[in-house]
Write a protein that binds this ligand. Structure first.
Ligand SMILES: Cc1ncc(COP(=O)(O)O)c(C=O)c1O
Length: 366
């Protein structure tokens, strides 16, 4: 006899949504030369952020402020909302789990796009929800179909990201606002804006925390270059935000992370400079794709999804040929999207290496 899992945990597959580059390196027995697969920001955090972390490293013996007070104040000021409209957590990933837990029990229908960000699906499965997926249309999340699915299933939760991962595409603010207007008042929308900073301003809806059925989430992992520190935030109506306090891990935040995020928010000049480099990197990846006869899909994120011009197995072969050549990239797996590979913006040197290896990878498949 051994301890019994709950029937829910017993029923879950033992899969994990991501295989990290470190695991691939261990398997390959050698490191990658270009780490362009995890949508990290290889330009790294601002020097001012690194200095702030160094200065406070010796304070690591203290727990972090469980209220995230200073960071919430700073975020609220930037967003033009009250601190009570903001919750801070260990990345968008953790906040997604907490949000799902608030609205999803066993069998609850939850709407998302087929092939969208898998961590959300992982949390839905973990709370016993029933995922109902809608295919992308023209490489974008299909807002109309998502809304129709919400209504058909009477789903209490719908999720999409704008700009989107894995395609990098986006909707304009007016389209998102129209979606919100049409959403049943009993359905919560999680609008994941992990890539909000690298998107055109016209893609971000006006901030309105009066609606109880919209939670928007952002992160320090992408434009701010702090993926390894794990810090994200959600903003929305006060009652819905305060519900996170009922279930969150109050001492989950890292003290250095709070300090890093605060310093990062203060250094908006660095952020602007990095965003310019990300945009230049996107253009460069698109040019590399074109030079190899491939089509880059326009992106508002820190990565570019490249249509390999053939089917899923072919794109997978391109991906594997790049990995063999020490270039870490990933690819969408859902039907139709799987014809692509996804390349994150990296340093000049990493993109040089990608530029050099891609033609060889493609030639090896002929
Ligand atoms: C759409 C989307 N949401 C959330 C995340 C993860 O954000 P965080 O690092 O804040 O958990 C990612 C990272 O790739 C993402 O693509």
């Amino acid at each position: 006899m051994e301890p019994l899992f709950t029937s829910l945990v017993d029923s879950l597959p033992s899969t994990v949504p991501f295989v990290g580059p470190e695991a691939l390196e261990r398997k390959r027995g050698r490191p990658f030369r270009a780490r362009l697969g995890a949508n990290e920001n290889g330009f790294g955090p601002a020097p001012s952020v690194i200095a702030a972390m160094k200065d406070s490293a010796a304070e690591a013996w203290k727990y972090a402020d469980p209220e995230n007070f200073d960071l919430k104040q700073a975020l609220a000021a930037q967003l033009g909302v009250a601190p009570s409209n903001v919750v801070v957590g260990e990345g968008v990933d953790a906040l997604l789990g907490l949000a799902v837990r608030q609205y999803v029990g066993e069998g609850t229908p939850v709407i998302t796009s087929l092939g969208a960000y898998p961590t959300f699906n992982f949390h839905v499965a973990g709370f016993g929800g029933r995922l109902v997926t809608v295919p992308y249309r023209d490489d974008r999340e299909d807002l109309e179909a998502l809304l129709a699915a919400v209504k058909r299933e009477q789903a209490p939760l719908v999720y999409f990201s704008n700009p989107d991962n894995p395609m990098g595409t986006w909707w304009g603010a007016a389209d998102i606002e129209q979606f919100i207007e049409a959403l049943p008042s009993t359905t919560m929308l999680i609008l994941d804006e992990a890539y909000g900073e690298t998107a055109p301003e016209t893609a971000l809806p006006r901030i309105d925390v009066s609606r109880p059925n919209v939670l928007r989430m952002r992160t320090f992992s992408k434009a701010y270059g702090l993926a390894g520190m794990r810090c994200g935030y959600a903003f929305g109506a006060e009652k819905q935000i305060s519900a996170f306090d009922k279930i969150r891990n109050h001492f989950g935040m890292n003290r250095l992370t709070q300090i890093a995020a605060l310093a990062a928010l203060k250094d908006q000049d660095y952020l602007k400079a990095v965003i310019a480099r990300i945009i230049a990197g996107r253009d460069r990846i698109s040019r590399i794709a074109a030079a190899n006869g491939l089509k880059a899909i326009p992106s508002a994120t820190n990565f570019v999804t490249i249509d390999c011009g053939n089917d899923g197995p072919y794109a997978l072969a391109v991906l594997n040929a790049l990995i063999e050549r020490d270039v870490f990239v990933r690819k969408p797996m859902a039907p139709m999207l799987d014809r692509c590979i996804r390349v994150s913006v990296g340093s000049e040197e990493e993109l040089d290496y990608f530029e050099q290896q891609l033609p060889q990878a493609l030639t090896s498949l002929k």
